[in-house]
Design a protein around this ligand. Structure first.
Ligand SMILES: [Zn+2]
Length: 356
């Protein structure tokens, strides 16, 4: 049994996106219901509930432009509205709640740095990985995981932080924030990004000092466990091992699951289990197990709680199983996915030792 921090506060329910919005407070309510059903916060699981702190404005400005931070504050003070041309909604309380989401990711990192916990999961909302230096997008207000990484780099002198993004969508904000830095390696497996967010292609490999430190694996719609894990084994694991991160952050979105109404990948729970098993192995080999997961997307309210519980069970090493079956494989999609993996290997062969 491992000591693990679950960072959460009911304050996260107060970011109100309105009726029928997929990114609603019901997401975290269903997760907490499942964790309580499991009696997760009893002594036997090794998990403890930890309260997030309110992120300071300086913390937000580690990755966001002060003008953008001020804009979000003003829109919320005026009663809320849209941050983009799509459906990134804020309500009067959202500025404060989004600061608690950033503070939750930071608290998770601090819990591990302090040595109080080996691992942590920040169960936060609004999500963060689509938020860039000057903008909110894709339901994201501030970039929680990016602030956590910048905090490690700027305030704790870390030189190599891995951000692994397994949300169904490309984390365009995270990529942009660290595009020219070698201190954060951003690796993302995601669905074909042509529809959304329009970035996340193979040839976006970083620039300047960050050249080679941005790895995108854009998989075709419908990609299932087998090809996803092939990309994980052939790209993510070898690159991560060569990078030797001092800290591993995971942007975990559950919208890559086949039951998700928003994401278009076809992973089963078994893939999430493998992702975490391999990432935990990696963290224990290269950085004394220092691993923090930060919640991004995931919109199937019937499965979200179980998928989060499954992740936590792997991180805290207790038994939990989720039976969800496996969607049928599509050989045409599989073939196209394998071609993408080959392209990624080629694009990165100048920077990393890969099969290509
Ligand atoms: Zn997503």
């Amino acid at each position: 049994m491992e000591e693990m921090a679950i960072v959460f506060s009911p304050k996260y329910y107060e970011h109100n996106t309105g009726r029928d919005h997929p990114e609603s407070s019901r997401r975290l309510k269903t997760v907490m219901r499942e964790l309580k059903r499991l009696n997760l916060f009893s002594a036997t699981t090794g998990c403890q509930l930890v309260e997030p702190e309110l992120a300071s404005i300086e913390n937000l400005e580690l990755v966001h432009d002060p003008e953008y931070v001020g804009l979000v504050k003003r829109i919320c003070e005026l009663g809320g509205g849209l941050l983009d041309l799509g459906d990134t909604v804020v309500s009067p309380k959202s500025f404060e709640v989004a600061r608690y989401a950033v503070g939750g990711a930071r608290k998770a990192v601090d819990s591990v740095l302090d040595g109080n916990y080996q691992k942590a999961f920040a169960l936060v909302r609004p999500p963060g990985h689509h938020a860039g230096p000057y903008y909110g997008a894709g339901f994201c207000v501030f970039n929680n995981v990016a602030v956590a990484a910048a905090y490690l780099i700027e305030q704790h002198s870390f030189e190599r932080v891995l951000i692994l993004d397994v949300d169904a969508h490309h984390g365009n904000g995270t990529q942009e924030i660290f595009y020219d830095s070698e201190k954060a390696l951003y690796m993302s497996l995601h669905e074909d990004p042509r529809e959304f967010p329009g970035t996340g292609f193979v040839d976006e490999v970083g620039e300047g000092a960050g050249l080679g430190y941005n790895v995108n694996v854009p998989l075709p719609f419908g990609t299932g466990d087998e090809e996803y894990m092939k990309a994980f084994d052939e790209v993510v694991v070898p690159v991560a091992r060569q990078y030797e991160p001092q800290f591993v952050l995971v942007s975990v979105g559950y919208d890559s699951h086949y039951g998700d109404p928003v994401g278009k990948l076809q992973l089963s729970a078994a893939a999430y289990e493998s992702i975490f098993k391999k990432t935990l192995d990696l963290a224990s080999t290269v950085c004394q197990g220092r691993l923090v997961a930060v919640l991004e997307g995931g919109y199937n309210l019937g499965q979200l709680g179980k998928l989060a519980a499954l992740t936590i069970s792997r991180m805290a090493d207790f038994s939990y199983s989720m039976k969800d079956g496996t969607p049928p494989a599509n050989s045409n999609v599989a073939r196209r996915a394998r071609r993408v993996i080959e392209k990624v290997e080629k694009a990165h062969s100048a920077f990393w030792k890969l099969r290509a």
